[in-house]
Design a protein around this ligand. Structure first.
Ligand code: ATP
Length: 488
């Protein structure tokens, strides 16, 4: 049976991956906390991304990438320059009966999905085109009329009693300074990218970087999403892993294509199967982009974006130059075809932007498996998280068969030998079958059982999570075996 999002949400909570925020107060919509296992999985994802970006693109590669960690608060003009103050809006509409708020574009997309599911793909496409045109023209009255003409009902009240459509800015704001003094409105960043743009010259100069090069960052971003559902797919506080790659104007398409392909491979390397990933090319481009593609993953609720790759031209740096009155130029002393230096220019940017929480959800959904194992009378259902060993919260669990006769002490020795390299878990309670089951539920790839034979010949039983096969190995082989699986 297909896995539902409810199964995923329930499993994530029950086994310490993701909890609703402030749950004792009935939670806060679209905000989540990562639990003891979730934080490990998420950190593993972030570390793999960081390494893939920075360590593997060193200064001997064709385009080195270095990291930064910029503040969440930024000068208010940043968001003027980036276009977020004026343009970071979603069209919203309220149902007068249920008093519920919806995103007008999502209501229409839902209708289009219905048409497509009913075997009317042309009608679906026509509706999406019409919607794109009206939103592009910011003709909000016509968007409302379209919603009514399509007979779109509020899922709660079942009526079509809609208010007008209004643009709603997604940025959260707060004040700096004490209230008595002149307080200043500032925003919680809605993307991490701007922290990179405003530091472009700092990094370039202090690191003596030559174009092409990139800057990577992992950090929190905040968006006041109107309709927040689908678990950690759309949160109000979330984490982005972004990389801005600075290139000579005219070379951006090569880099765009390179990054598009590199990023797809990354998602496959963390275990997402090729058939559940696809590109979605943007035909209608954002004001700042000259090419854009999303990498989509097939969630239980359909193919949805997990990462965007955008060719952003010099839009951001040019606007920062204009508003800050500080030159954002780079002097390129490489020679062009006429033997002259390329000279001064504002670099173009190709960015890759992936949500850590969305990637987490994709990896979690993909790993979550319910299967029937065993044969005949011993057939049973099991739930197992088939995470790539590199992502698993624990790499191995170590079990003494019984709690006596020196077996716990022997198991403890193995824990001590492994724990500086791998996160491992020691467990001596309950029957060994139960202990295996608990590790399956959190995705531990190896269980190591210590028995009486271990005391004699230093061999243990390794039980493999996915195949449930067991093999006998010498204790001295454990490090290499686990290490190989983690790094593969
Ligand atoms: P969407 O269309 O789904 O709102 P977007 O196109 O606005 O996403 P970008 O601005 O391109 O998203 O952000 C880059 C990445 O940040 C996305 O691919 C996604 O993984 C992540 N992201 C954006 N908004 C959220 C959110 N509200 N919750 C979790 N992750 C998010």
């Amino acid at each position: 049976p297909a896995t539902s999002l409810q199964d995923i949400v329930a499993h994530a909570k029950e086994y310490g991956f993701v909890f609703p925020s402030s749950e004792i107060y009935d939670g806060l919509q679209a905000v989540y906390d990562y639990g003891q296992n979730g934080v490990e999985l998420k950190n593993n994802l972030k570390n793999i991304w960081w390494k893939a970006m920075t360590q593997l693109n060193d200064n001997r590669s064709g385009g080195p990438i270095v990291g930064i960690d910029a503040a969440i608060f930024m000068h208010p003009l940043t968001w003027k320059a980036s276009g977020h103050v004026d343009g970071f809006n979603d069209p919203m509409i309220d149902n007068k009966d249920s008093k519920k708020r919806y995103r007008a574009d999502q209501l229409l997309e839902g209708k289009a999905e219905q048409y497509a599911a009913d075997g009317q793909p042309e009608k679906a496409q026509a509706l999406l085109n019409e919607m794109g045109r009206l939103l592009g023209d910011n003709d909000l009255e016509a968007v409302r009329e379209l919603i009514i003409a399509e007979g779109i009902k509020c899922p709660i009240s079942g009526t079509t009693n809609w208010t007008e459509v209004r643009q709603f800015n997604l940025m959260f704001s707060t004040q700096v300074g004490s209230v008595a003094e002149d307080s200043n409105l500032i925003y919680l960043r809605p993307e991490t990218a701007q922290g990179i743009f405003v530091n472009f010259l700092n990094v370039q100069k202090s690191g003596r970087m030559k174009i092409p090069f990139g800057i990577a960052q992992i950090g929190k971003a905040f968006r006041n999403e109107i309709v927040a559902r689908q678990f950690t797919f759309r949160m109000r506080e979330f984490e982005q892993m972004e990389m801005q790659f600075f290139v000579r104007p005219g070379t951006e398409m090569e880099w765009y294509e390179k990054w598009r392909d590199t990023r797809l491979k990354f998602h496959q390397a963390v275990g997402l199967p090729a058939e559940k990933l696809k590109f979605h090319i943007h035909e209608k481009l954002a004001h700042y982009a000259n090419a854009a593609v999303d990498i989509e993953y097939q969630f239980p609720f359909g193919f949805r974006e997990i990462e965007g790759i955008h060719s952003r031209t010099d839009f951001d740096l040019k606007n920062h130059q204009e508003l800050s009155k500080k030159k954002q130029q780079y002097f390129d002393n490489d020679l062009d075809e006429n033997g002259k230096p390329f000279g001064n220019y504002i670099p173009y940017v190709v960015e890759t932007s992936v949500g850590a929480d969305r990637l987490f959800l994709a990896v979690f959904c993909n790993a979550f498996t319910k299967e029937t194992v065993g044969e005949g009378d011993s057939q049973k259902e099991r739930t197992v998280l088939k995470l790539h060993p590199a992502l698993a919260p624990f790499k191995a669990a170590i079990f003494p068969l019984v709690k006596k006769d020196g077996l716990p002490e022997k198991a403890e020795e193995i824990v001590k030998a492994l724990r500086s390299e791998f996160r491992v878990f020691y467990e001596e309670r309950d029957a060994i079958g139960k202990r295996y089951t608990r590790q399956d539920l959190i995705g531990t790839p190896f269980c190591i059982a210590v028995d009486y034979q271990t005391l004699e010949d230093d061999t243990v039983t390794i039980r493999h999570r996915d195949s449930m096969e067991q093999e006998r190995v010498h204790i001295s082989e454990l490090k290499a075996k686990i290490g190989y699986a983690v790094s593969e």
